[in-house]
Design a protein around this ligand. Structure first.
Ligand code: ADP
Ligand code: MG
Length: 236
């Protein structure tokens, strides 16, 4: 079984070279793992939205992304699919620790992302956790080291980084900054800068935002390396 998994990962990676976003009509047109495709299908996701179509191939290639698309355009799957695929292709296991960190401005958004990840990532072997204010910090502290994908609000994440000796993201591969403009609007600019300075520089970063303000560009400059700009405008 292991051998065939290695072979299918190898063929997925080879197919990355042939991704042509303009020819993608369904998620099956992307070289995605069977586990992800099955999860998407069972959730009823068939056709990528425009931001998903434009950005997923670039994210699979491992590039940093600065993505702009309005609320409701499907940014969640635009980052969850590449996160799942990256860790799957690295054959991440529960023992490998935190592989991906997703930062989002509010608890409600964190819950929504967690729920989507639970469903779409159902067939993967990775574990996911929520690090949000208002939950028992001790409970979070004990469980943290067993999580592979952490979904966090900025304040609570920084608190863990500062106070929790079990918090170890030295192995982290992918950072997602979701709704970056709202994080900054809520006054998390210093917190975000602090978090980013605490993360391993060898990583992929996906930054999504509904608007591109100056402070978003500042955050992008601090967190992204040679990013690809993906901006999706509304059609009339
Ligand atoms: P955003 O983060 O850009 O505001 P979301 O990721 O929350 O948008 O998605 C908005 C809604 O669109 C959600 O209800 C989600 O389930 C739905 N959605 C996302 N991608 C697709 C898709 N490819 N096909 C159908 N519905 C989708
Ligand atoms: Mg969103």
């Amino acid at each position: 079984k292991l051998k065939s998994e290695v072979a299918s990962i190898q063929s997925l990676k080879e197919a990355y070279n042939n991704i042509d976003a303009s020819k993608v009509n369904s998620f099956k047109d992307f070289p995605l793992s069977q586990k992800t495709l099955k999860g998407l299908k069972e959730c009823g996701y068939v056709k990528p939205t425009e931001i998903q179509q434009q950005s997923i191939g670039l994210s699979l290639w491992g590039l940093d992304i600065l993505g702009a698309a309005k609320t409701g355009s499907g940014k969640t799957l635009a980052f969850l699919i590449p996160v799942l695929e990256a860790l799957y292709c690295k054959q991440w296991t529960r023992l490998d620790g935190i592989g991906a960190l997703i930062i989002t401005p509010t608890r409600e958004l964190a819950y929504q992302i967690f729920e989507t990840l639970r469903k779409v990532g159902y067939y993967h072997d990775m574990s996911a956790g929520l690090i949000i204010g208002g939950k028992d910090l001790h409970f979070e502290k004990k469980r943290m080291d067993k999580c592979n994908i952490l979904i966090c609000t900025p304040g609570r994440l920084l608190q863990h980084m500062d106070e929790n000796p079990l918090f170890d993201c030295s192995n982290m591969q992918i950072l997602v900054l979701d709704e970056a403009d709202r994080c900054l609007d809520l006054g998390f600019e210093a917190t975000m800068n602090n978090i980013i300075e605490n993360l391993p520089p060898e990583r992929q970063t996906l930054l999504f935002s509904a608007t591109q303000t100056k402070s978003v560009r500042d955050l992008a400059r601090l967190s992204l390396k040679d990013p690809m700009y993906v901006s999706v405008h509304e059609h009339a």
